[in-house]
Design a protein around this ligand. Structure first.
Ligand SMILES: Cc1cc2nc3c(=O)[nH]c(=O)nc-3n(C[C@H](O)[C@H](O)[C@H](O)COP(=O)(O)OP(=O)(O)OC[C@H]3O[C@@H](n4cnc5c(N)ncnc54)[C@H](O)[C@@H]3O)c2cc1C
Length: 387
């Protein structure tokens, strides 16, 4: 088995590393402290390199870069802690619009998203429908060439800085729930939209969004009326373009070793002398290699034009659960000082382990919870019956 990347992907890795060294400045990292994992200047510079366009399939008119190269991009950006939430949403929305959108959307929405001037957000989840996303109750009612939207969305991350929201609405309550949904791309400056901040324990900022008699023209609809489920599935398909590179624990391991070497224990010893601590560090390193194996496999499948489906679910589940486990181990290694948060004077590793410990649980919630992901794997991979 040959795990090496193509020469082009390795050459691209060098380009990405150089880009990071030049543009991921302390100011860019600092700008995410408020909890919005996006920096417009940095995002724009990535777009200028053609990297957003690169993740959009060539058959749709995008850059169609090899998924292995996109994996290298996301891997290096994540290892460096770069803010890339905006990038993921941008490429998925652009690809959906190019595949299913009308001319108005293709001309109005795609160019500014791909060139990094406009941002998008996802408006799927509601207070009472997250995992069961098809149970959405936000309504869109047709009135001639216009629609009136009413309802509430929860966790509309980046809505406060975005230009658009890809909004899931119910247009037919009389049919089975999957069959009565319609998507719109709604400009977030449309009258009747209110955005309220929601802060997580992981220091991220998301939003609750309210839609009160929001009127938009039919040209903002994407896909068929009551055909929203097809749009949802297209979104999942396009995630593959930026699949794989999820290594949140990786950047912590060296820091955890250094911290364990410094954390005092009985006598003259430090935490690193404790065999349990050493075992946990080695297990984290092994998990990281397993995660890489999953990630590289999904990117390889995508590069072969294969819809990887359940492999992506296994990657997501493994990475999120390993991340939670590792950050808990690392925090325990540091003793009570590990609880000191970011920038508290004397906090080990600058408080970053505590920061990651609080962030890790949300990764097992967004993009599909670990329970839902296990259900998917149980059915699609193990062939178990649905309960
Ligand atoms: C920080 C953050 C950012 C997010 N960003 C966005 C965003 O930008 N746009 C967006 O639309 N959404 C976003 N989400 C929402 C996210 O996708 C949902 O939170 C997630 O899908 C779970 O939905 P829920 O919170 O309603 O929980 P629920 O669906 O109510 O689930 C509650 C619990 O029950 C479990 N459960 C539910 N159904 C089953 C089942 N069938 N079998 C077994 N267990 C089950 C779940 O695993 C979970 O543990 C974000 C969430 C977070 C935390």
């Amino acid at each position: 088995m040959d795990f090496s990347f193509t020469p082009q992907a390795e050459a691209f890795r060098v380009e990405v590393k150089d880009f990071i060294a030049e543009h991921l400045t302390p100011d860019v990292l600092e700008s995410t402290r408020e909890g919005t994992i996006h920096n417009q200047e940095f995002h724009k510079k990535m777009a200028d390199r053609g990297w957003l366009n690169g993740a959009v399939p060539a058959e749709l008119g995008g850059g169609g870069r090899d998924p292995l190269e996109m994996l290298v991009l996301v891997e290096e950006l994540q290892l460096a802690g770069a803010p890339i939430d905006g990038m993921g949403v941008a490429v998925i929305v652009a690809a959906i619009v190019l595949e299913l959108g009308n001319d108005h959307l293709k001309e109005t929405v795609v160019p500014p998203i791909i060139n990094g001037d406009a941002l998008c957000s996802f408006g799927y989840t509601e207070p009472d429908s997250g995992s069961d996303v098809a149970a959405a109750t936000t309504t869109a009612v047709r009135d001639g060439d216009e629609w009136t939207i009413n309802g509430q969305k929860m966790w509309t991350t980046m809505a406060h800085i975005a230009d658009y929201v890809l909004l899931l609405t119910r247009t037919n309550p009389e049919v089975p729930k999957h069959k009565g949904l319609t998507f719109f791309i709604v400009p977030l400056d449309t009258p009747g939209i209110e955005i309220q901040p929601v802060h997580t324990m992981g220091t991220e900022r998301s939003n609750a969004t309210f839609y009160d008699n929001v009127r938009i023209g039919d040209e903002w609809r994407i896909g068929e009326v009551d055909g929203g489920w097809a749009v949802m599935k297209a979104g999942l398909k396009f995630e593959r373009g930026i699949a794989g590179g999820q290594f949140p624990s990786a950047m912590l391991i060296d820091a955890a070793i250094a911290a364990a070497e410094a954390a005092p224990r009985e006598g003259d010893t430090t935490a690193i002398d404790d065999p349990r601590v050493r075992e946990q560090i080695v297990r984290a390193m092994i998990d990281l290699e397993v995660a890489r194996g999953f990630a590289y496999k999904t990117a390889f499948l995508a590069s072969q034009g294969v819809m990887f489906g359940v492999d992506g679910s296994m990657l997501k589940l493994f990475v999120a659960e390993a991340y939670k486990k590792h950050t808990q181990w690392f925090l325990e290694m540091l003793g009570s000082e590990g609880l000191l948060s970011l920038d508290t004077p004397g906090a080990p590793v600058g408080g970053h382990i505590d920061e990651h410990f609080r962030h890790a649980p949300v990764t097992s919630i967004y993009g599909g919870t670990s329970e839902i992901t296990r259900n998917l794997i149980a059915g699609a991979h193990l062939g178990l019956p649905r309960s």
